[in-house]
Design a binder for this molecule. Structure first.
Ligand SMILES: Nc1ncnc2c1ncn2[C@@H]1O[C@H](COP(=O)(O)OP(=O)(O)OP(=O)(O)O)[C@@H](O)[C@H]1O
Ligand SMILES: [Mg+2]
Length: 242
């Protein structure tokens, strides 16, 4: 399976904090990959490097065979890299529908009147039909997470980068969100999902990597990665002899 998105020998540091050290990571077309790691490991920074808001110190980012390392964020978005933010960032004063139109027209690079039907479809798919005309600022946390997903999807991504979409939700809400992500995946979109709600991640992804100290301390089948002594110790704080 060819890689749809690849980080090649990516290095990044903020002063003394090293978040990536010649890091290689490839997402296969159609794959769902999970990333976990302690707070501050550099997970969100990797999404910034892929989406163009953070410049790496060294290395390349390749999307569908194109070197995108120096492309502006909006160019990458139009090529097909969609992203949700750890802290949802809708236009609070606009309605749910208007938020999607902006994402589809600007992010997707299409004429406004050409995107209305697709926005309505996404509102249905993401469970927001009853709230289409509400201001985004009035939504509950779950609905803001759904809107964040819908906005990313409205840009017509081939790769979707999800940053902690399950955090803060109840168990029931979390399950609803995992079902939605599974549905999105069935539509053929490749996914990288950063998440601290590990059981949600394990339920969905094909492969899991664990970021720590600028490199991956675990990589492979989700259950096996979670069970490894190094991951239990560094990420979950469970000493090897416990
Ligand atoms: N623009 C910046 N300037 C300086 N330091 C930064 C900047 N962005 C991130 N950092 C630092 O880099 C490190 C990695 O941050 P990042 O947000 O990528 O971590 P994370 O793995 O997403 O953490 P969390 O699980 O808490 O979301 C942190 O120490 C953070 O303070
Ligand atoms: Mg983060």
């Amino acid at each position: 399976m060819p890689a749809i998105l690849a980080f090649e020998k990516i290095s990044k540091r903020f002063g003394a904090v090293v978040v990536a050290r010649a890091l290689d990571l490839a997402l296969a077309e159609g794959e769902a990959l999970g990333i976990i790691g302690p707070n501050g490991a550099g997970k969100t920074t990797l999404f910034g490097i892929a989406s163009g808001t953070v410049a790496p110190d060294a290395g390349r980012v390749v999307f569908a065979g194109i070197d995108i390392t120096h492309l502006a964020p909006e160019r990458r978005c139009r090529l097909g890299i969609g992203r949700s933010f750890q802290i949802p960032q809708p236009f609070n004063g606009m309605t749910v529908f208007e938020n999607l139109v902006v994402a589809a027209a600007f992010g997707g690079g299409r004429r406004e009147r050409d995107v209305y039907a697709r926005c309505v479809e996404l509102i249905e798919q993401c469970g927001l039909a009853a709230k289409a005309n509400r201001p985004a600022g009035s939504l509950t946390l779950l609905d803001r997470k759904r809107l964040e997903l819908a906005r990313a999807l409205a840009t017509q991504p081939r790769v979707l980068l999800l940053d902690e979409v399950a955090g803060g939700l109840t168990e029931h809400e979390c399950k609803a969100l995992v079902d939605l992500i599974r549905d999105i995946r069935r539509g053929g979109i490749s996914i990288i999902w950063i998440e601290h709600v590990v059981h949600a991640l394990v339920a969905l992804v094909d492969r899991l990597v664990v970021l720590h100290g600028g490199g991956f301390i675990g990589e492979g089948a989700p259950q096996a990665v979670i069970a490894s002594p190094a991951v239990r110790d560094i990420y979950m704080g469970i000493p090897a002899d416990a």
